[in-house]
Design a protein around this ligand. Structure first.
Ligand code: PLP
Length: 394
């Protein structure tokens, strides 16, 4: 018999996908320019020119057998060294190449890390609102998902709720800041409090609790605020990084795992990462991309476009009477639904050709997510529609 669980996953499309497909249908009916699709988080600014230049250079100058050959399973040593150097340039964490594992993006980083850490029945805490794939990844790794809701309004961690959720089976907590879907950055104070709580609980319960820091949006920050680097605050930390959003390369599938040298038995955890990569069939991340990102350390796509879009939307929407979560990073705006049921609000928004994702799919009620990685022109044209939509609630 074919796996029922996998069949179900394959057949069930997400609310986001459904909305996206609906948008495509509407675009065919009334014209692309008349549909305001805020559903998908696909970067809308091109990768920096330098990406193509480096790829061309590699394709013409590097030995093709090496360039297109397998690297070691964890990635080419020169690339892993470049990643460690780039981390050490920004943070005081003593990253070493032997604790870096190159991956096919954050999704692979997360599945590998979870499989490396979890034994059947271990619990992983996710902070709602959360990226829906966490549930899929955790369950496939044999874990149990425990949802802890963030505080309504500022979306920082609710430490009372978190403390209640931690028990002897808690193996890890996934932290994602800047956050998809809320756009919120967890403050330094929040990360310090989190570290203290986890240290206290680890001692009390005589267990190791890991923070898995999912960081595809690290560089996408639009104001002068610090995005705390978890390994600087907490020892048992693993960073799941991706170049998908920072370099606008989501289809190329490249990222890495960094096991902090302060992790208890870091070398053993790294061996488990290699074992999980092997068991999941990730022999080596695409080598052309590995060599490319090694030469792009510190580069990002032109994120000013996102900042402009964010400012435009926040100003207009708050003027019309909407409430939004403080949108410091990523390219998502979390807007409070003017009615209790966000799905019903999202349905009503369709009347104005606005495609907004109800927050229930992120484990949180009462909001909609807007992805503003879209053209500024589309946002400008959509604003009167947002106004008309809000007028229905007056
Ligand atoms: N984690 C979060 C929070 C995301 O939003 C995404 C993608 O949108 C991912 C992980 C997966 O990223 P990648 O494309 O690098 O696999």
């Amino acid at each position: 018999m074919i796996s029922e669980k996998m069949t179900e996953l394959g057949l069930k499309s997400s609310v986001i996908r459904e909305l996206f497909e609906y948008g495509n249908k509407r675009k065919a009916e009334i014209g692309e320019e008349n549909v305001f699709d805020f559903s998908l988080g696909n970067p809308s600014v091109p990768a920096p020119q330098k990406v193509n230049q480096i790829m061309l250079k590699l394709l013409t100058e590097k030995d093709p057998v090496t360039l297109h050959g397998y690297t070691s399973a964890a990635g080419a040593m020169s690339v892993r060294k470049a990643m460690a150097d780039s981390i050490n340039k920004s943070f005081k964490v003593n990253a070493t190449p032997d604790l870096i594992y190159m991956t096919c993006g954050a999704a692979a980083s997360l599945t590998i890390t979870l499989n490396a850490l979890l034994n059947t029945g271990d619990e992983v805490i996710v902070l709602a609102p959360y990226f829906p794939e966490y549930k899929v990844f955790i369950e496939k790794a044999g874990g149990i998902v425990r949802v802890v809701k963030c505080r309504d309004g500022d979306f920082q961690i609710d430490f009372n709720a978190l403390e209640k959720a931690i028990n002897k089976n808690t193996k890890a907590i996934i932290v994602n800041s800047p956050n998809n879907p809320s756009g919120v950055v967890l403050s330094e104070e929040t990360i310090i409090t989190l570290s203290k709580l986890l240290n206290k609980k680890s001692q009390e319960l005589n267990t190791d609790i890991y923070i898995i820091s999912d960081e595809p949006y690290r560089e996408l920050v639009y104001c002068d605020i610090k995005v705390p680097y978890i390994p600087e605050y907490y020892d048992n930390a693993v960073v799941c990084y991706s170049f998908s959003k920072s370099l606008s390369l989501p289809g190329e599938r490249i990222g890495y795992i960094f096991v902090s040298p302060k992790v208890k038995e870091a070398k053993i955890l790294f061996a488990a990462v290699c074992g999980a990569g092997r068991a999941l069939g990730y022999v080596c991340a695409p080598s052309l991309l590995q060599y490319t990102v090694a030469e792009l350390v510190g580069e990002t796509a032109d994120i000013q476009v996102y900042k402009h879009n964010r400012d435009l939307l926040v100003k207009a929407l708050t003027n019309y009477g909407y409430t939004v979560a403080k949108p410091d990073g990523a390219f998502y705006l979390f807007v409070k639904s003017p009615e209790r049921d966000a799905t019903s609000f999202s349905e009503r928004a369709k009347k104005y050709e606005l495609l907004l994702v109800p927050s229930d799919s992120f484990g949180y009620e009462g909001y909609v997510r807007l992805s503003y990685c879209v053209s500024t022109k589309m946002i400008e044209k959509s604003l009167p529609q947002f106004k008309k939509l809000m007028d229905e609630y007056r």
